[in-house]
Design a protein around this ligand. Structure first.
Ligand SMILES: *Cc1c(COP(=O)(O)O)cnc(C)c1O
Length: 243
């Protein structure tokens, strides 16, 4: 087994153990391998190890890799912020985790309809006290799910959160728990549960805690592909979180 295959196997085993601790079926948890800043060859290597779900946080960078790996029949997830002028390009993804307004949802849906695509969507939530600047406030969610109900092509399936960076993964737990509670409140308010089955939460340093709190999609980059490299003049084919 090569290094990448070994790291993938290790992450999968940790997912299974976390699911076991929570009395959950590991098959209900999808590992999204985050390849931002890594070349299409990294995607190919992971695909050769049996991996199907890949995540990118920038539309343009992702489209190059989607194109370069079209022969592989992978599932692509957009996990980074989406500007509405890129809605059409984003409709190429299979899953978009970063819907944060009713108007963005409708734009993506229109683009998907026109292209004959049916992306699945998650609504990114910004819980009070977070330092991340993207995501919808809880108060905005009913209107977003109203737009989701009216969508023709795109299917909304759940919620996503990026908690503030913390040293101890257990400090992220309250955010994961609160996202699950937001979901439960929406269902109690009458939002169709089929639009709220998925919770996208957890990254390399805290995916086990997220799984214990109900994550169905975990987005893991570093633990699989290693540390991302950035240069000051710009990203190395990828993302610079400070920009
Ligand atoms: C980069 C990124 C991840 C993966 O982060 P790691 O710490 O490398 O696992 C997950 N989610 C989002 C939104 C990201 O941008």
């Amino acid at each position: 087994m090569n290094d990448l295959a070994a790291r993938l196997a290790d992450v999968r085993a940790r997912i299974a153990r976390a699911a076991g601790r929570a009395g959950r079926d590991p098959a209900a948890i999808t590992l999204v391998a985050v390849t931002k800043t890594f070349p299409a060859d990294a995607v190919r290597d992971a695909a050769a190890a049996g991996h199907i779900d890949f995540g990118e946080n920038k539309v343009q960078e992702a489209l190059g890799k989607i194109d370069a790996t079209r022969d592989l029949r992978l599932r692509w997830h957009l996990i980074g912020h989406l500007q509405s002028n890129k809605a059409k390009k984003a409709a190429q993804f299979d899953v978009i985790h970063s819907i944060d307004s009713a108007s963005l949802l409708s734009k993506v849906d229109e683009a998907a309809s026109a292209l004959g695509r049916a992306p699945r969507l998650l609504v990114q939530v910004d819980l009070a006290g977070e330092s991340t600047k993207f995501g919808a406030a809880e108060d905005d969610l009913p209107a977003i799910f109203e737009a989701a109900r009216a969508a023709a092509a795109a299917k909304t399936v759940g919620l996503m959160i990026i908690p503030p960076a913390v040293d101890n993964p257990d400090e992220a737990r309250p955010y994961f728990r609160r996202l699950r509670e937001v979901r439960d409140r929406l269902v109690a308010q009458g939002v169709d549960g089929a639009m709220l089955n998925e919770l996208s939460m957890g990254m390399s340093h805290d995916f086990e805690v997220a799984i214990e709190e109900g994550a169905t999609l975990v987005r893991v980059g570093t633990a699989i592909f290693g540390t991302r490299r950035y240069v000051r003049s710009g990203p190395v084919g990828g993302n610079d979180p400070s920009r």
